[in-house]
Design a protein around this ligand. Sequence first.
Ligand SMILES: Nc1ncnc2c1ncn2[C@@H]1O[C@H](CCC(=O)c2cccc(C(=O)O)c2)[C@@H](O)[C@H]1O
Ligand SMILES: [Zn+2]
Length: 387
Amino acid sequence: MRPAYDDPRTTDQPITRAPPPPRAARGRRLGEEPLTEHLVDPDVPRDLHAFIAGLPKAELHVHHVGSASPRIVSELAARHADSKVPTDPEALVDYFTFTDFAHFIDVYLSVVDLIRTPEDVRLLTYEVARDMARQQVRYAELTITPFSSTRRGIDEGAFMDAIEDARKAAEAEFGTVLRWCFDIPGEAGLESAEETARLATDDRLRPEGLVSFGLGGPEIGVARPQFKPYFDRAIAAGLHSVPHAGETTGPQTVWDALIDLRAERIGHGTSSAQDPKLLAHLAERRIPLEVCPTSNIATRAVRTLDEHPIKEFVRAGVPVTINSDDPPMFGTDLNNEYAVAARLLGLDERGLADLAKNGVEASFLDAPGKARIADEIDTYTAAWLAS
Ligand SMILES: Nc1ncnc2c1ncn2[C@@H]1O[C@H](CCC(=O)c2cccc(C(=O)O)c2)[C@@H](O)[C@H]1O
Ligand SMILES: [Zn+2]
């Protein structure tokens, strides 16, 4: 069942810091036995959805264009009559139903084609931040693919100004801190790698909010090692390495990302569960996985949620963060991803708070910023449990 979407026109509530709502008499009962030390007391079920809705969060794996809400996409589609993207938000739900990963990429690129002016970029970025703030996201590292926009004719300087304007407005108006990850669309080859590395390392161009460098797109037929020179340049320029790996290919892709691209975090890393040595390595080196449960189902990378390897990651001691990847395209949002994690891992409020703090700890935010959000999570959780 797809969650109903808030249409900002009808629910354009001011962004507020959610106080802990009263504990519901009987909340949702959660699934299987908890894997964490925090047992969910079946006799005192709490409405974890309400807890999650107010829980301060950090999101580390979420795509710029992939986060365009149905309203934004339909508005942009209406501006461009030549687009095959539906203008009706309802028709968009069917349009965002994918037969496989390649189909997802085709649909994704049809939405990329709608972003044609710096104003489109600014509007999209600001609205994505508004949607995040509604979910109490205090900090997010938004993955942007500048190559896809500059090659479609958007001026590179105007592109950077547009995202930076939106970032500063979002922080001032919503209190949500945004940082950027620039990623290479791997299937576009070394030309796109060169362009992305140039935009990420040229001091005249690189935006103030840029913190990391990634690699997205299909993995099949797009081996990671070829991108080593570009990641070396990005790391030398002070950026953190966070490539996708192990989403639609096996554990070797994750090893390649770790060894050749010096990954500090892994996007998805789903197939790591097939290699016990890899799981042990990720746990021992505290290398976080950016887990996006519903994404893996929507792109058919994983067959069902119950088969998702997130439980294996937790059992192996691998740091797990929860993310939404391309929320409107996958009929989800970050809060729903936390609810999925709660069900799959049998978490209670403390377990969910730990998950949220994993996201903060794995982020590239400075130490004072991390401490501030972690304290907020603890204060919120304590107030909720005391209410
Ligand atoms: N779950 C995901 N897993 C992987 N990637 C994901 C995911 N979600 C979103 N993306 C994004 O999809 C794009 C793919 C773009 C791409 O493949 C491509 C190929 C050829 C030409 C061009 C072009 O622009 O001309 C682009 C990437 O930018 C990436 O950031
Ligand atoms: Zn992704």
